[in-house]
Design a protein around this ligand. Structure first.
Ligand SMILES: [Zn+2]
Length: 248
């Protein structure tokens, strides 16, 4: 699928200078990692935030920055192709990226995160960039925001590389979903008090009733539509609050 929306990497510097911050002061940053994901690609945590930023940025006059592709991968690092950088490196890199946005004239950043292994680092980076440049940041961990969407479309919440993330790829890049692996790909039910390292499957769920990968493209599109709408409402609520209470 071709990218949509206004992308930072496509802009000429003169046009950027005429646009930021006068016409728009908002940047969207997709953040992911390279990690094993059941029947979907190693880049799943990048593809989904990129898609959401392409859908959401135009609604808020935002410019879409190139994604941060490398993140902190922990539990699934043993799986072929999974890749990590250290927590300190990631946090410093994200801090400098966000600080740079503040120095470029952006006043608001939406960080769309696709991966659970570096949530603390992202929050710290957002705080540091605010301290340095006054940049307001909204860090979103999309999958955590939408439990109802999975229940409504799939009958239950899924988990890592389960119904939700498989839907995210199926809706946008169906050719990258390896449905032929569905049969042989196990899901591991995470139980309280049990911490295997590495984990014994790349699909991780909370119970036997959790929603597993589903090859239905129509359901996937419906699910992602709901995710997009919830994210849009959340961004609007936060932006409205910033405007009303803090004048930005
Ligand atoms: Zn993921």
């Amino acid at each position: 699928m071709a990218e949509s929306g206004l992308h930072l990497k496509n802009l000429n510097w003169r046009d950027f200078g005429k646009t930021v911050p006068e016409k728009t002061d908002t940047v969207f940053l997709p953040v992911g990692t390279i990690e094993a994901h059941g029947v979907v690609p190693l880049g799943t945590d990048i593809f989904i935030p990129e898609y959401l930023c392409d859908e959401l940025a135009p609604r808020f006059d935002g410019i879409i920055a190139p994604a941060v592709n490398y993140g902190v991968t922990r539990t699934l690092i043993a799986y072929p192709g999974s890749h990590t950088v250290t927590s300190a490196t990631f946090e410093a890199y994200l801090t400098e990226i966000l600080t740079g946005f503040g120095q470029s004239g952006f006043r608001k950043a939406v960080v769309m995160n696709g991966h659970g292994g570096h949530i603390g680092e992202l929050k710290s980076a957002a705080r540091a960039a605010y301290d340095e440049t006054g940049l307001f940041s909204l860090v979103l961990h999309w999958w955590d925001m939408v439990p109802d969407a999975a229940k409504e479309v799939y009958g239950a919440e899924g988990g890592h590389a389960a119904a939700e993330e498989t839907a995210g790829i199926l809706a946008v890049y169906p050719e990258l979903v390896r449905t032929e692996y569905m049969e042989e790909t196990a899901a591991y039910v995470r139980g309280p008090g049990v911490s295997p390292y590495p984990v014994p499957a790349s699909i991780l769920v909370e119970s036997d009733e959790s929603a597993l990968p589903d090859p239905d493209v129509a359901k996937a599109k419906e699910y992602m539509k709901r995710v997009t709408e919830v994210c849009a409402e959340t961004i609007k609520t936060v932006f409205d609050g910033w405007k009303k209470e803090l004048g930005r």
